[in-house]
Design a protein around this ligand. Structure first.
Ligand code: ADP
Ligand code: ADP
Length: 227
């Protein structure tokens, strides 16, 4: 089974914009995969469809073999999403936000708190567990997004431009965190980026998306040998 399988995926928005024009993509279990492309290429649209936040116009998406049309509940259990924009309630506490997220997956409060501690510690947020999210710095908010995406222990973690607007020091520590997660927990990771440099230092395989089409789909090694 592939961690992610996308077949002939199309998306035309209501205003007529063709954001995806028949995309095919497979991500192996355990991979660290980059979806690279310029702004407007269709990366966020693809992620939105995979996580069932955006309706697709045509095509098929499977997450660990679970079709998002017919088996969305199981697809969602395997999937963690870290969106680009902060979308938590600014007046809720850090731990509260995570416990609440866990609740959506049927995880008890007690269990959620137990799971949250090591995640918050690793992300340098444990001391802030009782702070309201609006009190956090930009970098801490970003790390909270990651913590929230991991609380149900997804086998596939998708991050949309995780280090956009982040300073170099924090970017490095986020890279380390993602690498540990991929190596130690065997979490399959897909990230979107418009920095080749970021994809290069993290990812084994890469797809380049441009104007809603896959322009290249290869190993990082292969791609770099061509440049
Ligand atoms: P990326 O994430 O690679 O920057 P997007 O998926 O956000 O690309 O956008 C792909 C294309 O779809 C762009 O032309 C963008 O303007 C358009 N688009 C994105 N969201 C919408 C929307 N809600 N309605 C109409 N067009 C959209
Ligand atoms: P800002 O948003 O102003 O960049 P942050 O709160 O993101 O501030 O970062 C504060 C400091 O914490 C930075 O120097 C950053 O490198 C460091 N930091 C980043 N990630 C971690 C982590 N996982 N654990 C501990 N400290 C971290």
């Amino acid at each position: 089974t592939k961690a992610l399988s996308i077949k002939d995926l199309c998306k035309t928005y209501d205003n007529g914009t063709q954001a995806l024009k028949g995309i095919n993509l497979e991500v192996e279990q355990g991979d660290f995969f980059a979806l690279l492309g310029p702004n407007g290429a269709g990366k966020s649209t693809a992620i939105g469809i995979i996580s069932a936040l955006v309706n697709k116009s045509a095509g098929k998406v499977e997450v660990f073999g679970h079709d998002i049309d017919t088996d969305l509940t199981n697809a969602k259990k395997q999937l963690g999403l870290v969106p680009q924009e902060f979308n938590f309630n600014m007046f809720e506490g850090v731990e509260q936000i995570i416990v609440q997220q866990a609740g959506y997956y049927g995880i008890s409060r007690k269990e959620a708190k137990k799971r949250a501690q090591p995640i918050l510690e690793q992300l340098g947020l444990w001391d802030k567990r009782n702070a309201q999210s609006r009190e956090l710095s930009g970098g801490m908010k970003r790390r909270l997004m990651i913590a929230r995406g991991l609380i149900h222990e997804p086998k596939l973690l998708i991050l949309d431009e995780p280090t956009a607007g982040v300073d170099i020091e924090l970017r490095r520590s986020m890279w380390d965190f993602m690498q540990d997660l991929n190596r130690d927990k065997k979490t399959t990771i897909v990230l979107t980026t418009h920095y080749l440099e970021e994809a290069e230092s993290l990812c084994r395989n890469i797809a380049i998306i441009n104007h809603g089409e896959i322009a290249e789909n290869t190993s990082m090694k292969e791609l770099l040998s061509k440049l």
